[in-house]
Ligand binder design. Structure first.
Ligand code: 5GP
Length: 179
């Protein structure tokens, strides 16, 4: 599949994604059975994952979509914006951040720090995908779907320069043929 100038190939199918999402929700259901967590999906990338995950969450919960951005193109710019959009008080709440992908972990670390500053009672994160740099840096993510190396992925909410979010499967950048 061609998106702008790049070739992508299918990587994780929609049924495999669904199965993983259900398993993640089940763990959250067990761990939060006596709590009323607030889910904070990070837009835009996590919208599809958050929607599927929350359909499987059975504990009472609140959902507040928030936004931050550190990416342009296919590599991190390292520039972080602050968390915007949470419309209710997060003070004394059990927060579960919903991320599409954790790469360097910079975005997540910044968000967790900000939420602690707002007086959250507990802060955990669920991510569909985690890349190698975050594993190496031992970024603490309680719920992880799939572990990746460093491939750039697209689909299931994730984009390349704004395109490709609508695909129900996950794709990865195809290897370039040797010149
Ligand atoms: P981090 O701060 O962990 O380096 O980057 C996290 C954010 O970068 C994710 O929420 C996502 O928006 C973006 N990102 C990281 N890796 C990828 C990738 O392979 N594909 C896409 N589309 N976005 C990515």
């Amino acid at each position: 599949m061609k998106v702008q100038d790049l070739d992508f190939k299918k990587f994780i199918s929609a049924p495999a994604l669904s199965e993983k999402v259900r398993a993640l929700a089940q763990k959250i259901n067990q761990d939060y059975k006596d709590k009323t967590p607030v889910f904070l999906p990070i837009l835009n990338g996590s919208f599809m994952f958050a929607s599927d995950l929350l359909k499987e969450v059975k504990v009472p919960c609140r959902v507040s979509f928030v936004k931050t951005s550190s990416y342009s193109g296919t590599s991190s710019t390292g520039q972080l914006k602050t968390l915007i959009g949470h419309d209710e008080s997060l003070f004394n709440q059990h927060i579960i951040i919903v991320e599409d992908i954790v790469d360097t972990g910079l975005t997540l670390e910044k968000i967790i720090e900000e939420l602690r500053g707002l007086g959250a009672k507990s802060v955990e994160a669920v991510t569909l995908l985690r890349k190698k740099p975050a594993r190496e840096k031992k970024i603490d993510v309680k719920y992880v779907g799939f572990e990746l190396d460093e491939e750039f992925v697209l689909g299931y909410g994730l984009d390349y320069d704004g395109l490709g979010r609508n695909h129900k499967d996950l794709y990865k950048l195809a290897e370039k043929a040797p010149a």
